[in-house]
Design a protein. Structure first.
Length: 344
């Protein structure tokens, strides 16, 4: 349950047949959850009055993204493989808790890669849910499933939506009083060209941890000469988010008192690279025109953070080290420079 219109309507259809539903939402990794406002899934669950369970995007998902069995979308999104793993994990969660079947908001023909008939069959078979996986929005366009054959669900009250238009879904939402839902195609960063370029670059440097994949959605990213990554916040919300996500081996580059950004040097690569990182942060501060800027750097050994004075980095240097400049999106998506700052 993403909290999008399709998954919300799918659950509503089940509730209208007096089924008990638990929403399963996947978060973390390339579906990050930032502090602040409620997620779309949380808002949808509240509207429907159902329990919501959050399962993690973990290392198995990251490995799947790096080497999918089936094809990708335009960017780094292996939608068929991802659907297989999500549905498999959701069923593994629900089955021991007495779930009789699993429901998704997939619509036949809505997405050419992952929601054609062959792809829907592959997802059901390879996820181990063939016969118990119900797509209520398109059920009448598909073969009857176990829940329908066993009279757990009244097939006559299911729908026959197919294709890319969402007019019927929007009309149903209005009829059923569902008004707060997001625009389609939100939530998964793998479809974003700028984020996908960052992820390819991270994979090329052997960076595959869930924490790194989440950081790719935040700030400006630089690859320093040592191979270390520098992440620099673009606003106060990003500075605060970075501070909540400091890896154990990182150095914090703090120019927020200037005022300016907060940066993470990952890993902490010694005094010279800390100074380089501090100079880059100074370049994005309000004192970028000064000869020297005081930046707090730490942790540095047992003595903790220290203040150092650095000259702000030259624009040519930041451009050369900026991952988004040196690793642009692939052909056909060059218009995207970097992912937009996360909503707070």
């Amino acid at each position: 349950m993403s909290g999008g219109l399709d998954s919300t309507l799918a659950v509503k259809l089940m509730l209208m047949q007096n089924a008990e539903a638990i929403g399963v939402n996947f978060a973390g990794g390339y579906c990050p959850v930032f502090t602040g406002k409620k997620t779309d899934a949380e808002k949808a669950a509240e509207t429907l009055g159902i329990e919501l369970v959050r399962l993690p995007i973990d290392s198995e998902f990251i490995a799947m993204v790096r080497a999918p069995r089936y094809s990708r979308g335009r960017n780094m999104n292996p939608c068929i493989d991802c659907h297989i793993l999500m549905i498999q994990r959701a069923w593994e969660y629900g089955r021991p808790r007495g779930a009789g079947f699993i429901v998704t908001g997939e619509v036949l023909g809505q997405r050419p890669l992952s929601q054609n008939r062959q792809a829907l069959d592959i997802v059901a078979r390879r996820s181990g849910t063939e016969g118990v996986l119900l797509r209520p929005l398109s059920a009448k366009c598909l073969e009857p499933t176990g829940p329908e054959n066993q009279d757990l669900v009244d097939r006559s009250r299911l729908l026959d939506i197919r294709g890319r238009s969402r007019k019927r879904q929007m009309a149903l939402a209005q009829e059923w009083g569902i008004t707060d839902y997001p625009a389609p195609a939100g939530g998964c960063l793998l479809t974003d060209a700028g984020y996908a370029a960052r992820l390819r670059e991270a994979f090329a440097h052997g960076e595959e941890s869930v924490a790194t994949v989440e950081l790719l959605a935040i700030g400006r990213h630089f690859r320093l000469e040592s191979g270390a990554r520098l992440v620099v916040g673009r606003n106060r919300a990003e500075n605060e988010e970075l501070l909540r996500r400091v890896p154990a081996a990182a150095a914090v580059i703090d120019a927020t008192k200037v005022p300016g950004p907060l940066g993470l040097l990952i890993p902490d690569s010694g005094p010279e690279e800390r100074r380089r990182a501090a100079a880059i942060c100074a370049r994005y501060s309000d004192r970028r025109g000064d000869a020297e800027v005081a930046v707090r750097v730490g942790p540095v050994g047992p003595v903790g953070p220290e203040d150092i004075a650095v000259a702000p980095a030259a624009p040519e240097l930041t451009a050369r080290l900026n991952i988004d400049r040196t690793n642009p999106p692939e052909s056909g998506t060059q218009g995207v420079k970097e992912p937009a700052p996360p909503r707070s």
